[in-house]
Ligand binder design. Structure first.
Ligand SMILES: [Zn+2]
Length: 363
């Protein structure tokens, strides 16, 4: 499994404060929690807990947001290295519309990123940096430009948020009046497919923004639980496939509440069925399509990952489904049952790039 969009620093807020929409939720829960990551000891305690949960559910590769703090982001990368699981880990860039304690000026953001790049940006490394502007409302044009320059200079991938909810899109239009769309605000600064790029949500993406994503091969991290919990809307995930967009699934804790990526397949299928209910011209996702999105499609962001075909890196889970397989089920039905009602108790062993991943310690 590959979790293509997740905020490691929000592990304490997982399944807490599910009663707010995006912007008040950021101000009241997300940002205050992130501030605590200036304390490296707090960060270690929480990041170890986060990695343990990822390990439980067999998420062997992830695209992860750290925080603005260079030290705790470095710690997160080292902890990933310790576990043997793969990740692109981002030091978050933001310098406006956020608490003072989380705002970092452009020079400091570049310097912190370059420290991590010097230390971790090896071509075949399992744990590598990713350029991570929080989202357009949190970044001045100067900061976005600096992020784009870092991505280009060091050939690094990019992750951020895109077109998640209507008030956010209106806000971006006010902040960036020269941009044709939200996506264009990233594109103008080299943050939209100039290097491999993944954008979370894309609930309301259409028109020019959609064309740009297709043209630039920008991947969507579809985060169904987050979109439901924050009442953002339902991304047309099956249509993304019809459009030929690259798609993966993200837990997006703590907007999302669940780090079990198998269950994320179920949520994605259910979202697609709601679209089908409203419009029978739209197809809904089959189990095999959802499984392909979560494995091979998402895995392509990391290279040859997400399949057992020759030439692919061996990421695998050994699952004992005997407790679920009490009758004459076919192989496809056994997979379906595990996806819908299985959990970590049936996962016996986890492999990332051919290596057995042991249970990470928590403190
Ligand atoms: Zn997010």
């Amino acid at each position: 499994m590959n979790d293509m969009h997740v905020h490691a620093s929000q592990v304490r807020n997982q399944a807490v404060a599910m009663d707010l929409e995006l912007l008040p939720w950021l101000q009241n829960y997300t940002f205050p929690e992130k501030v605590k990551y200036a304390d490296i000891h707090y960060a270690e305690k929480m990041y170890r807990r986060f990695l343990h949960t990822q390990w439980l559910f067999g998420s062997m590769r992830s695209c992860v947001f750290g925080t603005v703090h260079t030290e705790s982001t470095r710690l997160l990368m080292k902890l990933y290295q310790e576990t043997g699981m793969g990740a692109f880990v981002g030091k978050v860039a933001m310098n406006r519309n956020c608490p003072e304690a989380l705002s970092e000026d452009v020079e400091a953001a570049v310097e912190g990123n370059e420290q991590l790049i010097a230390e971790f940006n090896q071509p075949d490394a399992l744990v590598r940096p990713i350029i991570t502007p929080r989202f357009v409302p949190s970044c001045t044009p100067e900061l976005l430009r600096a992020c784009g320059q870092l991505a280009e200079k060091y050939h690094l991938p990019v992750q951020s948020h895109l077109s998640e909810n209507m008030s956010e899109i209106e806000w971006v239009a006010e902040l960036e009046p020269e941009s044709i769309s939200y996506g264009d605000a990233y594109n103008r600064d080299g943050l939209f497919g100039q290097t491999p790029t993944i954008m979370a949500h894309c609930v309301w993406t259409g028109g020019q923004e959609l064309d740009l994503m297709k043209r630039n091969r920008v991947m969507v991290a579809h985060c169904p639980t987050s979109n439901y919990n924050l009442a953002s809307g339902m991304a047309p995930v099956r249509s993304f496939l019809d459009e030929g967009l690259r798609v993966g699934l993200g837990s997006d804790i703590s907007g999302g509440h669940d780090l079990n990526m198998f269950r994320m397949l179920v949520y994605a299928i259910q979202v697609s069925k709601m679209h089908y209910k409203h419009n029978h011209d739209m197809k809904f996702l089959s189990l095999s399509e959802a499984f392909w999105i979560a494995t091979k499609s998402a895995g392509s962001f990391f290279g040859k990952v997400g399949s057992f075909e020759p030439g692919y890196e061996f990421d695998a889970l050994v699952i004992d489904d005997s407790v679920l397989n009490f009758d004459d089920y076919s192989l496809q039905e056994r997979l379906e049952r595990f996806v819908y009602v299985g959990d970590d108790r049936q996962i016996l062993y986890r492999f990332c790039r051919g290596k057995l991943i042991e249970e990470p310690a928590v403190i």
